[in-house]
Structures are given as structure tokens and as C-alpha cells.
Design a protein around this ligand. Structure first.
Ligand SMILES: NC(=O)c1ccc[n+]([C@@H]2O[C@H](COP(=O)([O-])OP(=O)(O)OC[C@H]3O[C@@H](n4cnc5c(N)ncnc54)[C@H](OP(=O)(O)O)[C@@H]3O)[C@@H](O)[C@H]2O)c1
Length: 308
């Protein structure tokens, strides 16, 4: 099969499109024919080697942990899944990934793919949807009537966070630049701060939120400013780095985990028309080095799905 792989850590030019052995389904695994895989900022961070204490890969490594595809082989001990089933998964980030024609996936991580969207587009859901869901409802325990600030709502995680928070009955303030404002309004954001026009602390001066969810790579000074935006006893969560200790608020750096049951719940919401999957670009897998390059220079158009 063809796969996009890298043989050493480095810049985006370590990614090469080449022949690779087609995976076989081990015990507890299935093999998927990849319909689509989406790019995530962590894919690029793993490629640089900066994350190797947490995500050490074996070379050559096939990147991309978000996948949508069709089962072509079912391994020993797998029940409930058959060849031909269309599924989505958030795969273990350091294992051989979905930037390939086929990928082996642990069956316990699979959820049936949504039927309401193209199968390839469903690859834009798993890890980012789960990040939003776990941050809001496991870590922040967001409730009806509470207020939430989603900093970085224009990104993939932020889009899901705004939709889920709105549907949970929270009042949502979202930071976004011009390109995302209309979309976030349609997702139910009550207030939008154009972060390109007005710095956040200035735009929300005097306000405090029950929950602040940070999805922007903030400096330590910027993260400290976010603490001031949290109501007494409220929660500051960051998906991008450490948060300061402050006795006044609950603060945590959160990490997503793969969870098939939660992913199935997200899929149900997509099929019910409650949760929109935003795909900014659909590109061939051979574009992956360019996608990494564009992400590094801030030129990536938004959530990008790649098809082998
Ligand atoms: N810890 C975890 O488990 C975990 C899981 C998933 C993601 N993450 C991290 O969370 C971050 C967001 O992930 P993602 O997948 O949503 O990324 P993404 O889709 O690449 O989001 C990038 C978006 O952030 C917005 N943005 C950039 N600078 C901003 C600023 N200064 N203020 C407000 N918004 C800004 C931009 O949207 P607009 O141009 O529309 O404003 C941009 O499109 C990434 O750093 C990712 O690595 C962590």
C-alpha cells in the first residue's frame, strides 16, 4: 500500500509518500481502508520529536490518529464489528496511524461512522470532538445556566465546544477572527470577541465566567490573565499548556483520551443534526507535508481532511 511516513524526527520535509507493508489485524484489532484522516496540531508536534517523552514513535512512523474508514479485516477476539462496517476512531497517537491506504485499529476504540456526512469528513470528529466533550462535561462539569468563555473557538475543538456548551444551556462567549464568526454564531455562540481586533482582556473587561476553556497557545502571562476571567470557584481549563495555581479557581491542563462510547454519542448528535462537523479543506494525502508546513506558518485554512 501507499503511506505517508517519516524515518526520523524533523521538519515537514521528513514526510515521504512511499510503499509500506499493508497492516494485518492482530488480536483485538481490525484493519480499516482509510476513507479520510484529519490533520491535528499534535501530529506536527510529534513529528518534530519535541513530544517524544510522551509520544515516542517507532520509525518509519505513519502519522495521523483521527480516522474514518471501512473495516476490511477483523482480528481474533473482535466481536460486534464486521467487514464492510463504516467506522471512526481516535487512534493511539504514537502507533502507526491513518496517513495511509490501510490502518490497523484497536476494535475497542471504534464507533460507527455518522451517516449524515461523507465518510471522509467524519475523520474531522474523533479527537477534537472528544476533547471538547471531556473538557466541558468531565473536567468543568458544565451546567445549564452557567457562562463559559471558549478562547480559540475558531479551531476544530472550539467549534465543538461552542455547540456542546450551547446545547447544554450555557451562555457562550467565543473568541474568533472574522473567518469563523458567522459559523460560531450559527453554532449558538451568544457573544463573540474578534481577537484580531481587540485583545481578549480588554474585550471582556469586568466580566467573569464560570468556565474558561483555553484552546490557544498562550504565553504564561496570557494564561495568567485568563485566571482573572474566572468567577470565584469557577474552572479554568487549558488544552495547550500548564495553568497557574490559584486558590480562587480550579485550574487544570487537560488531555484528551480515546473513548468509544463518548465518540458514539457524538456520532448520534451528528446524525441528529445537532452537531456540525466543519471541514475547511479536503485534500489528497500526498499534500500532507504542505499541510504541516501551512500549519506551522499559520496559513492552514482550518480543519483539513486528507484522503488517500
Ligand atoms: N490537550 C489535549 O488533549 C488537546 C487535544 C486537542 C487539541 N489540543 C490543542 O488545542 C489547540 C486547539 O486545537 P484545534 O484542533 O482546535 O486547533 P486548530 O483547529 O488548529 O485551531 C486553530 C484556531 O485557533 C484560532 N486562534 C489562533 N490564535 C488565536 C488567538 N490568539 N485567539 C483566539 N483564537 C485563536 C484560529 O481561529 P480563528 O482564526 O477563527 O480565530 C485558528 O483557526 C491546539 O494547540 C491543539 O494542539 C490539545
Amino acid at each position: 500500500m501507499k503511506a505517508m511516513r517519516y524515518h526520523s524526527y524533523g521538519d515537514s520535509d521528513v514526510l515521504v509518500y512511499e510503499d509500506a507493508d499493508q497492516p494485518a489485524a492482530g488480536a483485538g484489532q481490525v484493519v480499516l481502508r482509510v476513507a479520510g484522516t484529519s490533520f491535528n496540531p499534535l501530529d506536527a508536534a510529534i513529528r518534530t520529536g519535541l513530544m517524544q517523552e510522551v509520544f515516542a514513535v517507532a520509525f518509519p512512523h505513519v502519522p495521523n490518529y483521527d480516522v474514518a474508514g471501512v473495516i476490511t479485516e477483523v482480528g481474533e477476539g473482535v466481536t460486534g464489528w464486521s467487514t464492510g462496517d463504516a467506522v471512526v476512531a481516535f487512534l493511539p497517537p504514537a502507533e502507526p496511524g491513518a496517513a495511509a491506504e490501510y490502518v490497523a485499529a484497536p476494535a475497542e476504540l471504534l464507533a460507527s461512522a455518522p451517516r449524515a456526512v461523507e465518510l471522509a469528513d467524519a475523520a474531522a470528529l474523533p479527537s477534537t470532538g472528544l476533547t471538547a466533550m471531556q473538557a466541558l462535561f468531565e473536567h468543568a462539569e458544565l451546567k445549564t445556566g452557567q457562562s463559559i468563555l471558549v478562547n480559540g473557538a475558531g479551531g476544530a475543538v472550539g467549534g465543538y465546544a461552542v455547540q456542546l456548551a450551547h446545547q447544554a444551556g450555557a451562555t457562550v462567549t467565543a473568541t474568533a477572527s472574522a473567518r469563523s464568526i458567522d459559523r460560531l454564531r450559527s453554532y449558538g455562540a451568544d457573544h463573540i470577541v474578534d481577537h484580531a481586533a481587540t485583545p481578549l482582556p480588554q474585550a471582556v473587561a469586568g466580566q467573569r465566567f464560570d468556565v474558561v476553556l483555553n484552546l490557544v497557545r498562550t504565553t504564561p502571562e496570557e494564561t495568567a490573565q485568563l485566571v482573572d476571567l474566572v468567577a470565584d470557584g469557577g474552572t479554568l481549563l487549558s488544552a495547550t499548556g500548564p495553568v497557574p495555581d490559584d486558590a480562587r479557581v480550579r485550574a487544570a491542563w487537560v488531555f484528551v483520551r480515546s473513548d468509544a462510547a463518548q465518540l458514539a454519542e457524538l456520532v448520534t448528535r451528528v446524525d441528529a443534526g445537532e452537531l456540525k462537523i466543519d471541514v475547511a479543506e479536503r485534500r489528497p494525502l500526498t499534500d500532507l507535508p504542505a499541510v504541516h508546513e501551512e500549519a506551522a506558518s499559520g496559513r492552514l485554512a482550518g480543519k483539513t481532511v486528507l484522503t488517500p
